[in-house]
Design a protein around this ligand. Sequence first.
Ligand code: ZN
Length: 247
Amino acid sequence: MTEKKQIRVTVWNEYLDEQKAPVVSAVYPEGLHKAIADFLNQGSEISARTSIITDPEQGLTEDILANTDVLIWWGHCHHDDVQDHLAKRVVEHVQRGMGIVFLHSAHLSKPFKNLLGTSGCLGWREAGEKTRIWTASPNHPVAQGIPSQFLIEQEEMYSEPFGVPEPETTVFISWFEGGNVFRSGLAYQRDYGKIFYFQPGHEIYPTFFHPTVQKIIVNAVKWVNPVVRIKAHDCPCMEEALEKIGG
Ligand code: ZN
């Protein structure tokens, strides 16, 4: 029996001073990226490693991306510090087939905005409020095994309007204790690549230890895992006609 190929995941995080602050390290002693990689590595189907903004080429070398099936992106205060040519490298890998999962505040990252072509803007409030996440598309692969709704006791509130193009599928919608609603799980495709955005994951709450959140991220990794990946976009391509034209 041939062994199924593992999905190679790289979890990228800024992991600068503010993410090592006591209020964060009390919840994620080794950083959010490590906590995410740890639960992904619990099963046999995924092999996850991490990279951070202080690594060579900001953790986004050609070698890392070429050997990554799915990139997970968590960023917050340092979106603008990601160098343009490295953000472009990520975008081009996605366009050629690499999957990408954007978590929480990654909605303002350069790769997110470049891939979707919109502002990524939204309303927010940091009040430690309850959020109830509703499964809006139970037949979507990312929703498999996820209940019709579940509660996270404390999260940062994100609110509509969310500056994104209409997704291919809105998989999850969130309600917040303060009254706001938000499209919190969105599925896109760009060229050969698949994209999933998932809202929960503020750095001072233990959201990434929530079993249902973990299951959603595992499902998202499996869904964006490339079916086809090309080495280069070979365009424009002159196409020979298959039939005689005008004859
Ligand atoms: Zn946040």
